[in-house]
Design a protein around this ligand. Structure first.
Ligand code: CO
Length: 432
C-alpha cells in the first residue's frame, strides 16, 4: 500500500495503518506530515519497579472511550534486561482490544537519553492521526532518561515508596523535570514519608521555577485505580492551560530539534558500524581518533571547500541554481579581490560564483581572456602554514602571503606551477 493511502487511513485512526507507518519510520522513512499540535503528550518516567505500566493501564482504562489514546513504551534492548519487563506488558495487551487505544512498544537501541528517533517521529504521525492523548513510558534509567522533557507537554514522575537516601539519589536526575509527581503504591505505609519528602521538594521548586505551572504531588495506586480520576482531572486542566498560553508549539520546537539530533545519532552509529577500514586504522594507531571522527563525517582534511566559477552576471547565475532547488547565499562584496560573491550550497561542498567589480580586476581579465567558467578550486586545510611549506618543498609557486578573507585565511598556488590549475588554500576560522 502507498504511503499516501496509509496516511489517509491513519487519519481515521486505522490502527493497522498506524502500525505499518511506524514500522516505516523505524526503517528510517520520513513521512510527509506537517504537524499541528493537538495531542496532550504525557511522559511517564520513574525508576524501575515504580509501577509505570500499572499506572498506564489504570489511566487508559479510565480515560473516556470517545478519546483517541496512543501509548508508546520504550524497552531497553539490552539482552540482560530485555525480557524482564514483559510480565508487566501482558495486562497492557488487553487494552489493545479497545478500538480507541493504540499501543506500541519500541526498543531504545541503547540511546542514552531514553528516547529514540522512531519514537519521536511517531509523535508526528500520532498527532496527525488525531490522538487526544499520547502517553510515552520511558525506560526509567534514572539520570540519563531525560530526553522526554523535549517532547512531553506534561511529565509525570512516578516515585515508589523509597528511603530518604534513595529519594536523594533520584533528585539529581529525573526528579527535576516533573510537572506532576506521583507517589505510587499509595496503599503502603512507606508511601507516607515519600509523600512528605516530595511535598517539601516541590515547595522549594515552586520558588525556584517561578513558572506559571506549579509542580504538584498526587497519590496514586495503579493497582486499585486510586487517585487516577483526580490525575485525569489535573492533566486535562493543565493541557487547557498550556494550550491557552500557546505553550504547545514551544514543545514542538524542542521536539523537532530532538528528532533531528536522534536521527543524526542513528546515521552516525550506522556509519561507525560500516566503517571497518577506519576503525582498523584507529585501532592500529594509523589515524588519530579525532581525525577519524572528522573523516567519518566527510570532513577529512584537506577537503574540497568550493569550486569557483567566474560569471558576468551574478544574479542571473544565482537564479539558475535556485531553480535547480539549491540554496544560494550572499552576495558579499570583497573589495580586495575585486569581486562580488554568492555561494551555492551542495552536500559537503559549494560552488562559488564570482562577478568582477570592474574591468580592471583579475576576474574581469580572466573572463575577457577565456570566457566564463571555472576560475579556481579551493581546498580547506587544517594548518595553512604547514600546507604552504609542503607546497614550497614540492616546487610550487605561491601567489603571496596569506590574507584574511571572508571565511578565514587564504592564499593561492599559481596555475603555472600546477598544471594550469589555480588552487586556493583556505584555513577556516573556527570558534574555539
Ligand atoms: Co574561492
Amino acid at each position: 500500500m502507498e504511503v499516501s493511502e496509509l496516511l489517509s487511513r491513519a487519519r481515521n485512526w486505522d490502527k493497522q495503518a498506524i502500525a505499518k507507518l511506524i514500522s516505516l519510520i523505524e526503517d528510517g522513512v520520513e513521512l510527509p506530515i506537517s504537524v499541528e499540535r493537538r495531542s496532550h503528550i504525557i511522559g511517564i518516567t520513574g525508576p524501575p519497579g515504580s509501577g509505570k505500566s500499572t499506572l498506564i493501564y489504570a489511566l487508559v482504562r479510565k480515560l473516556p472511550a470517545n478519546k483517541r489514546i496512543a501509548v508508546i513504551t520504550l524497552d531497553p534492548s539490552s539482552p540482560f534486561t530485555g525480557g524482564s519487563f514483559m510480565g508487566n506488558r501482558i495486562r497492557m495487551q488487553e487494552l489493545t482490544t479497545k478500538p480507541n487505544v493504540y499501543i506500541r512498544s519500541m526498543a531504545t537501541r541503547g540511546n542514552r537519553g531514553g528516547l529514540n528517533y522512531a519514537a519521536v517521529a511517531s509523535l508526528d504521525l500520532l498527532e496527525y492521526a488525531g490522538a487526544d492523548y499520547i502517553i510515552i513510558e520511558t525506560v526509567g534509567a534514572g539520570q540519563t532518561d531525560t530526553d522526554v522533557k523535549y517532547v512531553a507537554d506534561t511529565i509525570l514522575v512516578l516515585v515508589p515508596p523509597l528511603s530518604g537516601d534513595e529519594i536523594q539519589a533520584l533528585k539529581s536526575g529525573i526528579m527535576e523535570i516533573g510537572d506532576i509527581y506521583l507517589v505510587s503504591k499509595s496503599d503502603t505505609q512507606a508511601s507516607e514519608s515519600v509523600y512528605n519528602d516530595l511535598m517539601a521538594m516541590v515547595d522549594i521548586m515552586r520558588e525556584i521555577k517561578g513558572d506559571e505551572w506549579k509542580p504538584m504531588v498526587l497519590r496514586v495506586s495503579g493497582l486499585y485505580g486510586y487517585g487516577v480520576d483526580e490525575l485525569i482531572r489535573v492533566l486535562d486542566e493543565r493541557f487547557a492551560e498550556l494550550r491557552s498560553r500557546g505553550k504547545l508549539n514551544e514543545t514542538l520546537k524542542t521536539r523537532r530539534l530532538l528528532e533531528w539530533r536522534l536521527y543524526a545519532y542513528e546515521l552516525l552509529n550506522k556509519a561507525i558500524e560500516r566503517s571497518k577500514e577506519l576503525s582498523e586504522r584507529v585501532a592500529n594507531g594509523e589515524l588519530t581518533p579525532a581525525k577519524a571522527a572528522l573523516a567519518l563525517l566527510g570532513n577529512e582534511m584537506p577537503r574540497l571547500d568550493h569550486v569557483a566559477v567566474a560569471v558576468k552576471n551574478l544574479d542571473e547565475a544565482a537564479e539558475k541554481f535556485r531553480k535547480l532547488g539549491l540554496r544560494v547565499s550572499g552576495p558579499i562584496t570583497i573589495e580586495s579581490q575585486g569581486v562580488r560573491v554568492m555561494m551555492v550550497h551542495l552536500g559537503n561542498t559549494r560552488i562559488e560564483l564570482l562577478e568582477p567589480l570592474g574591468p580592471e580586476t583579475t576576474v574581469a581579465k580572466f573572463i575577457e581572456r577565456r570566457g566564463e567558467g571555472i576560475h579556481h578550486i579551493a581546498l580547506e586545510v587544517d594548518d595553512l602554514g604547514k600546507f604552504m611549506e609542503m607546497a614550497r618543498n614540492a616546487g610550487l609557486t605561491l601567489t603571496g602571503e596569506p590574507t584574511r578573507g571572508a571565511e578565514g585565511v587564504v592564499t593561492f598556488i599559481h596555475p603555472k606551477s600546477l598544471n594550469g590549475m589555480l588552487l586556493e588554500l583556505v584555513e577556516h576560522v573556527r570558534e574555539s
